[in-house]
Design a protein around this ligand. Structure first.
Ligand SMILES: Cc1ncc(COP(=O)(O)O)c(C=O)c1O
Length: 456
């Protein structure tokens, strides 16, 4: 029999625990700081936004955390996800490299985001919470939380970045079908939204502002908590089911990855896919780990590693991360899920320590890569993960030039079926590139809060 194209696991192989990277980090994680006192935040500071179980996970240093059975039962709808060997892409590129991808687009919402949405909805339901408020960029995270909300009988309110709200009405209809209420951000519902609209009526929105609106709503209502789709430790923790399954699948494939690649917006599919492999790297295995991001929102490649606010209204704790400044409004690129000014503190610390590399690409180049992939493999990638595909193709072409037979694996974090306008613009030649400028950089530096003192 020929080697399989899809490496599949049975439902009994859905991981029973999530993998926590925190105790594995070579240096302790820089703590989040209170926005006013600049001292490390404690659970009480975050209690208006998150329920106890989630706060516990956010601050946990336990190596493994058990996945509750009701969450695993829902995971069964799409997990374990397949690991594909991209033989047809290898042939199209004429590369000696072996290319693999872990496909997360088969979830009901079409991406990796339900892996954490289901867990967050579960813990909130258990805690007696009635409503969840959140933000969404491209609509993937909002769809995932709407789905999880409907499974657990929670009301879900989504503040959707205005440019995506206008560009992607079908994502909104999907969220509404699952029972969520969706508003364009900035909205008239919150003080942050009203303030921005009064000054800039045509503001395209940003994830930073949508986070402010959702957090403001959660903080002002006792029946409502906030849910975040990326960036924070507990979100990346929940996503590690991706990498844990991939490890099992590589042992069935009989070879392991030399290069692991994922796109990085807030860092959740990147962390989820790559973190479970990090202990091997720290033990001396030669695995390269690469994060791919847009050239127009280049947090990891051009950002500053410093404490900054996670949101525009400065309501969130200060996080030590690569940032472009909390007021940065990225151009309206089609990879809406990669338009965030900061990054996960976990991913940032690993990039800063030199354990993770980062690359940035303009959007025409990533659509070219996505089209090459779609023509070879059939699946239509979300524009976000097209960044990982571009990095993978570049690595595979380097192998072609050098004759090396590396194993390259990437996370195909979602499908692009709701992104056809973007593909249409690419195919018709209307898509434009916009680079991050020196002036943007100066503005970013000017916005960073001065940290008075940090005692951990
Ligand atoms: C398909 C897909 N991939 C990746 C991302 C980026 O988010 P993260 O970096 O948290 O994985 C998003 C965000 O919306 C997404 O929808």
């Amino acid at each position: 029999m020929t080697d399989p194209t899809k490496i599949l696991l049975g439902e009994e192989k859905i991981p029973r625990t999530w993998f926590n990277i925190v105790p594995v980090l070579p240096t302790p994680l820089a703590p989040p700081l209170h926005p006013a006192t600049h001292q490390p935040v404690g659970p009480a500071d975050l209690a208006p936004l998150f329920c106890d179980a989630i706060l516990e996970q956010e601050m946990s240093a336990a190596p493994m955390i058990e996945i509750p059975d009701p969450v695993r039962d829902i995971y069964r709808l799409w997990r374990p996800t397949p690991l594909y060997r991209a033989r047809r892409l290898e042939q199209a590129l004429d590369t000696p490299a072996h290319i693999y991808y872990k496909y997360e687009g088969g979830s009901p919402a079409g991406s990796h985001k339900p892996n954490t949405a289901v867990a967050q909805a579960y813990y909130n339901k258990e805690a007696g919470v009635r409503r969840l408020a959140t933000e969404t960029g491209a609509g993937q995270w909002g769809s995932a939380l709407a789905l999880a909300g409907t499974f657990f009988g929670l009301e879900v309110k989504v503040y959707m970045v205005r440019v995506s709200y206008d560009q992607k009405p079908y994502r909104r209809h999907l969220m509404e079908t699952w029972g969520a209420t969706v508003l364009p951000s900035p909205s008239q519902e919150t003080a942050s939204g009203r303030r921005v609209l009064a000054e800039h009526p045509n503001y395209p929105g940003s994830l930073g502002l949508a986070i402010s609106e959702a957090a403001e709503e959660a903080a002002s209502r006792p029946d409502t908590k906030y849910a975040l789709g990326s960036v924070l430790n507990h979100v990346l923790l929940h996503q590690t089911v991706i990498g844990l399954e991939a490890i099992e699948q590589f042992s069935l494939a009989g070879e392991g990855p030399d290069v692991l690649i994922a796109c990085c917006g807030g860092g959740s599919n990147f962390g989820g896919f790559t973190f479970p492999f990090l202990p091997r790297k720290l033990a001396g295995e030669k695995i390269r780990i690469v994060a791919a991001e847009p050239a127009s929102c280049p947090t990891l490649t051009k950002g500053i590693y410093a404490y900054d606010f996670g949101d525009t209204a400065q309501l969130s704790p200060l996080l030590k991360m690569f940032t472009l400044g909390h007021d940065f409004v990225p151009p309206s690129i089609h990879a809406g899920g990669l338009r965030y000014h900061g990054d996960s503190p976990l991913v940032s610390q690993l990039v800063h320590a030199g354990l993770v590399e980062a690359v940035a690409y303009p959007q025409r180049a990533i659509f070219e890569a996505a089209t090459t992939f779609a023509r070879a493999e059939g699946l239509l990638p979300a524009p976000e993960c097209a960044h990982a595909i571009k990095a993978t193709i570049d690595e595979a072409l380097l192998c072609k030039a050098s004759g090396e037979k590396k194993v390259i694996a990437f996370c195909l974090s979602g499908h692009g079926h709701f992104d056809m306008t973007a593909y249409d613009r690419y195919l018709s030649g209307a898509l434009e590139d916009q680079e991050f400028s020196e002036a943007d950089m100066r503005q970013a530096l000017a916005q960073l809060p001065e940290i008075r003192s940090v005692s951990s």
